[in-house]
Design a protein around this ligand. Structure first.
Ligand SMILES: [Zn+2]
Length: 374
């Protein structure tokens, strides 16, 4: 994997770049749709490519490890072939889900034991095993196992979790290097900076992880219950602690108006379930603000969802029809709404990228901020 910076904003930390992977070139900054179960819920792969031109999507190691299992996916040719996705894939380490979904977690120095939320079976994730699971998937970008604490956390517990995350990252990285010596592997492994909302811990963590010389770095431990301004503050001081010439990935963040804020901090990659989850719940992001489609005012509204949006949903259907589908609980609603919300996110990112390339990012950021204040 190779990261090429094409333009940097002189006034902020924003950069536009190209991330070259074995499954295509990703234009950054990039928003990655979340495909938890090897599917972006409600949206066929064809739409992700033809309508959205998504270059990379994310899948969840925890879920796919439990079902259908990484050995089955390996046997069927890896995750790209299994889900017929020819473009880049990032998988998380599973740590976040272990800490948020499973029961009876027990953390030891070697890893974390947990019980499946599906059937209660006991499993063990170690820094080495989660690398092997993600290699079985054939992911382009693998994430190292980390310990992610909810907010708020004490300095002491955050320090312990952060130092364990660093030790695990070293183990994961050396295991990954060994695997690379044994076989031709084009993937990259990103370690994750933890440290909760404590600057000194983030600094210690970033300092240790940078020594690994990884192809990219993630800022984790955000969107765990803290106020949004605090997530931005933490990302703001953490991003500059990471190497300039490597992609920086802020995990699990981003309301639409926050995308340029994170980019301004020097973040290159983001993911969030918001656009797809909210879509299914009838909560739509548009250039004119949020639309809650079930509201009765849309009952006879013949206008498109977002007149400025070129997506299939907005080109083809009225708000009244979308509201009808939602009220009737029709499957098609999820598909059309997800298509639109993701298009809105990806187009926002493409607009940000263009403005960086053309030198107009500060003005872009100002316009988003003043629209948000209104
Ligand atoms: Zn649309």
């Amino acid at each position: 994997m190779r990261f090429e910076i094409q333009a940097e904003c002189p006034a902020t930390g924003a950069r536009a770049g190209l991330l070259h992977t074995a499954h295509g070139v990703i234009e950054t900054p990039v928003f990655m749709p979340v495909g938890t179960q090897a599917t972006v819920k409600g949206l066929p792969q064809r739409n992700l490519i033809e309508d959205l031109d998504a270059r990379i999507i994310l899948a969840n190691t925890y879920h796919l490890f439990l079902r259908p299992g990484h050995e089955l996916i390996r046997q069927l040719g890896g995750l790209h072939r299994f889900m017929s996705w020819p473009r880049a894939l990032l998988t998380d380490s599973g740590g976040f889900q272990v800490f948020s979904l499973s029961s009876l977690r027990k953390i030891t120095e070697s890893g974390v034991t947990f019980r499946s939320h599906l059937n209660g079976d006991a499993h063990l994730f170690t820094p080495e095993s989660t690398v092997d699971v993600q290699l079985a998937f054939g992911s382009d970008i693998l994430m190292a196992l980390d310990e992610c604490l909810p907010y708020p956390a004490s300095h002491e517990s955050a320090r312990d979790a952060m130092r364990r995350t660093v030790r695990w990252a070293r183990v994961a990285y050396s295991h990954f290097q060994t695997r690379k010596e044994q076989a031709e592997i084009a993937s990259s492994l990103f370690p994750i900076v933890q440290g909760s909302m404590f600057r000194d811990l983030r600094e210690e963590c970033a300092g240790e992880l940078v020594g690994l010389g990884a192809d990219g770095y993630a800022i984790g431990g955000l969107s765990v219950g803290e106020p949004r301004e605090l997530s931005l503050e933490v990302a703001g001081y953490t991003a500059p602690m990471l190497p300039r010439d490597r992609p920086r990935y802020a995990m699990g963040v981003g309301m639409p108006e926050e995308l340029p804020e994170y980019v301004a901090l020097g973040v290159d990659m983001m993911d969030c379930v918001l656009p797809s989850r909210n879509a299914r719940n009838g909560y739509l992001f548009t250039s004119g603000g949020r639309i809650i489609i079930k509201q009765s005012r849309y009952r006879d509204d013949a206008s498109p969802l977002d007149p400025k949006c070129p997506c299939y949903t907005c080109r083809t259907f009225s708000r009244a029809y979308l509201r009808h589908l939602f009220q009737a609980g029709e499957i098609l609603f999820s598909t059309l709404a997800t298509l639109h919300n993701l298009r809105y996110y990806l187009d926002t990112m493409r607009g940000i990228r263009q403005s960086i390339l053309l030198g107009g990012f500060p003005a872009f950021l100002d316009s988003v901020r003043s629209a948000t204040v209104e």
